[in-house]
Design a protein around this ligand. Structure first.
Ligand SMILES: NC(=O)c1ccc[n+]([C@@H]2O[C@H](COP(=O)([O-])OP(=O)(O)OC[C@H]3O[C@@H](n4cnc5c(N)ncnc54)[C@H](O)[C@@H]3O)[C@@H](O)[C@H]2O)c1
Length: 344
């Protein structure tokens, strides 16, 4: 049984907690947030005993009986929290964005390595159902040799961040780097998972919303030896709306992916339908409905973490691996700002 200490019981922690409570050889034995009210509210909601509750990581590390620290706090806290957890000999799962720079990510990875503890970045996007299926289909060579990839994400979210509106993550308004730092880590991790390491990157970004500091729209071109792809990502587009927007401002992410090969085109529609179009133009439905089910993705991701602890296998998204994703994220900003192509 792996004993887990959770730190950060805010908005996203529910996904982690539910997954830990689902996995048979994991158990929450420590529960920590510096916001005491929120800490006890979440403990009550998820039936975590109050004697497992702490308001600082130091306190949890010295008093709780835990093997793992699960960090669900903002990126600016990760270096210090990893330093403390690693010094106490705990294995670590750390939320994305893993670090504020590639250099800081390297520092975090070195700290964990020097302490001899395992470190995985919480990258759940690649564990979402459509991407897991697409990965298997590509491994079966379903499209033949890839030519062009188009990945599109749309939402009409950030233009609705007016100050009087309640947001699930109000800190989005103040992030100087928004879309590709906060969400782009997911997309670029998933892109690497499906298509491998790019050779070239060029990006354009723009802030559309009057209510954010950071960019909320952008396009990234990614070049390979024999194929290339485009990520067309936006939180400020009216494309793909289901109907009139609700009063409440919540994300409603729509993902589309089209992979053109010399034998077929694989198409993920924003409805979740997955199809294959052959060279005669015949479209066949492979899966009628896939879902962006975040709870399921966390169960798979956290089960993978536990499996790797049990077997000694490499984490798919180890701290070391995530440095490559972060490099693409920060190169996106550099490319957009300086109109520069990054060549790898
Ligand atoms: N994987 C995903 O799909 C996904 C989705 C949402 C958020 N996230 C990431 O999860 C992290 C947290 O996001 P959130 O939306 O839950 O934020 P949040 O602000 O709702 O929750 C963070 C919590 O951490 C606590 N905290 C911060 N520093 C602390 C410290 N030093 N000691 C103790 N408690 C501390 C805060 O009090 C807060 O309750 C972010 O890095 C975010 O990008 C990931």
């Amino acid at each position: 049984m792996w004993k887990i200490g959770v730190i950060g019981t805010g908005y996203w922690s529910e996904k982690h907690i539910k997954a830990w409570q689902f996995i048979s050889d994991a158990e929450i034995k420590g529960f920590c947030d510096r916001n005491k009210g929120l800490l006890f509210e979440k403990a009550d909601q998820f039936h975590v005993p109050t004697e497992y509750c702490y308001t600082s990581l130091e306190e949890m590390l010295s008093e709780a009986d835990i093997d793992v620290v699960d960090i669900i706090t903002p990126p600016e806290t990760h270096l210090e929290l990893v330093r403390l957890a690693a010094a106490a000999g705990k294995h670590i799962m750390c939320q994305k964005p893993f670090a504020r720079s590639v250099e800081e990510a390297e520092q975090i990875v070195s700290i964990a390595e020097a302490a001899g503890v395992r470190l995985m970045v919480t990258e759940n996007w690649r564990w979402l159902e459509p991407f897991q299926i697409i990965k298997k289909l590509l491994a079966e060579n379903i499209v033949g040799n890839m030519n062009v990839i188009r990945y599109t994400h749309t939402d009409f979210y950030s233009p609705r961040f007016a100050p009087e509106k309640e947001l699930p993550q109000p800190f989005f308004r103040d992030m100087p780097k928004l879309l590709f730092y906060e969400m782009g880590v997911h997309w670029l991790d998933t892109w690497r998972f499906l298509f491998g390491e790019p050779r070239r990157l060029y990006a354009e970004t723009k802030r559309v919303s009057p209510y954010t500091q950071g960019e909320d729209t952008g396009i990234i071109m990614l070049g390979y030896e024999h194929y290339f792809g485009l990520m067309d990502m936006s939180w400020a587009t009216r494309r793909e709306l289901d109907g009139q927007l609700s009063e409440q401002v919540l994300p409603d992410h729509k993902e589309q992916l089209v992979i053109e090969g010399d034998e077929a085109t694989l198409k993920l529609y924003n409805t979740g339908k997955l199809c294959l179009i052959n060279n005669q133009g015949v479209e066949k439905v492979l899966v009628e409905k896939t879902e962006l089910n975040y709870e399921e993705s966390h169960k798979k991701l956290q089960a993978h973490f536990i499996d790797c602890l049990n077997t000694g296998k490499e984490f798919q998204t180890s701290g070391h691996d995530n440095i490559k994703t972060l490099q693409l994220v920060f190169d996106t900003y550099d490319s957009a700002e300086n109109h520069k192509v990054h060549v790898y």
